[in-house]
Write a protein that binds this ligand. Structure first.
Ligand code: NAD
Length: 470
């Protein structure tokens, strides 16, 4: 059953209809709230205020800032259900499983991790009366541009480390999911001095203005590879440091001899988490000829059994595509695969009886490299499964695309570990896919971006190194 219970957090951030931009419920298309219409002028004001607030915030020191982040984490936990319901409605992911409650809880986990991870000065050299240390100083003002797929969690991945390291932040949520980030910021700002965190809820022009704004010292951007390229160009104006977490088209390789019954659930979960709308989801699966049919069948059974429905419906396991544009991309890629003669084992069609942006969980077999469904990021509930007969060919296939965020190898652990060394990606998982840990750095290579998030690497990435020699 879907319920739209009272939500004080949503009431606190939604503006009057005549002032705001209507934000649709991803499942129904009906308006769920109104986001402020921020503009490029609002970026100027936010950056100026963030600049003014930064020295005092930095002067508080690591210990005090960490205490503030811990208090925020506790408050996020107190409001987790309200935050989760906003995410479930706006972005569409189901409340349960690896869904909206998991996302809201993850915000608190990553806030605490940013607070608790030590960043000490590093001793570089000490001899003959000379000592050189490496210190990590705040960058200044950080622009934090985030996407719509994990709106609150990804904004947290940017905001929490930036704050911990003494920066102030101007955050730009996706135009599709501003309410989730405004709700997160509403909680965070209960604990911060004025001016330290701003949310500018505008469109792409607002993101572009942040990326090119002279007093912005660092831009953290998570989004598509195409947007990343534009941000790189824009940063030539302000020479801002960049952290770019961009698109992925993660390959999974299932080795001969793998126990299909044992791994099928984790393979399916790695591909269909958040209805496939996850940067590091498994997006193309290479399966050895000897276990191909068995694997396709096992995945098809799981896809057929998945309960698809609105995020707010407690029984849903998979939600809608968040945007009309994404729904169109997925529909077109599957239609093209059919035209090429690929086999739709299960699904393959929209599900308009559930809602306008729902698509059936889909397994596509007998498809090859070169098909757009394999070569482009589908970002939806569709997994192409490609047959291979030589492991070397599978590794070549995995490595042949520009994007290289994550990848996975499945089968005998020792054998998989050897293959993992040959796969080009920021992270290669063995017998799992997409599992993230706040203590373990995460980032892409090639066209999936550069710079790391999480753990001490992530904290150092929002600080500038300074050598002190005496
Ligand atoms: P997107 O690139 O369209 O938008 C991301 C953000 O960038 C939005 O806030 C948008 O308004 C802003 N933006 C757009 N044009 C801009 C410009 N010229 N200058 C500055 N900002 C601009 O991406 P999306 O559709 O919101 O998200 C999906 C994409 O994000 C997928 O490709 C996915 O793989 C990727 N993603 C990557 C990671 C990661 O960690 N690597 C995580 C999540 C999503």
């Amino acid at each position: 059953m879907t319920t739209t219970a009272e939500n004080a957090l949503l009431d606190a951030i939604t503006v009057a209809s005549e002032e705001g931009r209507a934000i649709p419920d991803a499942a129904t298309g009906e308006t769920m709230g109104y986001a402020p219409r921020h503009s490029v002028e609002d970026v100027d004001a936010a950056v100026a205020a963030a600049r003014r607030a930064q020295p005092a915030w930095a002067a508080l020191g690591h210990e005090r800032r960490s205490e503030v982040l811990r208090a925020i984490a506790a408050d996020v936990e107190s409001s987790a259900e309200e935050l989760a319901r906003i995410i479930a409605q706006e972005q569409g992911k189901p409340l349960g499983g690896m869904g909206a409650r998991f996302e809201a809880a993850g915000c608190a986990v990553w806030l605490r991790s940013a607070a608790d991870t030590p960043v000490e000065p590093e001793l570089l050299f000490e001899a003959e009366g000379t000592r050189s240390e490496l210190h990590y100083e705040p960058m200044g003002v950080v622009g934090a541009i985030s996407p719509w797929n994990w709106p609150a969690l990804i904004a947290t991945w940017q905001i929490a480390p930036a704050l911990r390291m003494g920066n102030t932040v101007v955050a730009k949520p996706s135009e599709y999911t501003p309410l989730s980030v405004l709700a997160l910021a509403e909680i965070i700002n209960r604990h911060l001095p004025e001016g330290v965190l701003h949310v500018v809820a505008g469109g792409r022009d607002v993101g572009a203005a942040i990326a090119a704004h002279p007093p912005v010292d660092q831009v953290m951007s998570t989004g598509s590879t195409a947007t990343g390229r534009k941000i790189v160009k824009a940063s030539s104006c302000n020479r801002a440091r960049l952290t770019l977490e961009l698109g992925g088209n993660d390959a999974g390789i299932i080795l001969p001899g793998a126990d299909v019954g044992q791994i099928a659930g984790a393979v399916f979960g790695g591909a269909f988490i958040n209805t496939g709308q996850t940067c590091a989801a498994l997006k193309r699966l290479y399966v050895h000829d000897s276990i191909y049919d068995e694997t396709v069948e096992a995945l098809a059974e799981l896809a057929a059994a998945a309960t698809v429905g609105p995020g707010l419906d407690e029984s849903s396991e998979m939600g809608p595509l968040t945007t009309d544009q994404q729904f169109g991309i997925v529909t077109d890629l599957v239609a093209d695969a059919k035209e090429r003669g690929a086999r739709i084992v299960v699904g393959g069609e929209p599900a308009p009886h559930i809602g306008p942006r729902f698509f059936q969980p889909t397994i596509v077999a007998d498809i090859s490299d070169g098909a757009p469904l394999v070569d482009t990021e589908q970002f939806g509930p569709v997994l192409p499964v490609i047959r291979y007969s030589s492991v070397d060919d599978a590794v070549d296939s995995a490595n042949r695309l520009g994007q290289a965020l994550g990848a996975s190898v499945w089968g005998d652990e020792e054998e998989a570990a050897k293959i993992a060394r040959r796969v080009e990606a920021g992270t290669v998982w063995i017998n799992q896919h997409g599992t993230l840990n706040p203590a373990v750095p995460f980032g892409g290579i090639k066209q999936s971006g550069y710079g790391l998030e999480f753990g001490s690497h992530g904290l150092k990435a929002v600080a500038h190194p300074k050598v002190i020699t005496r």
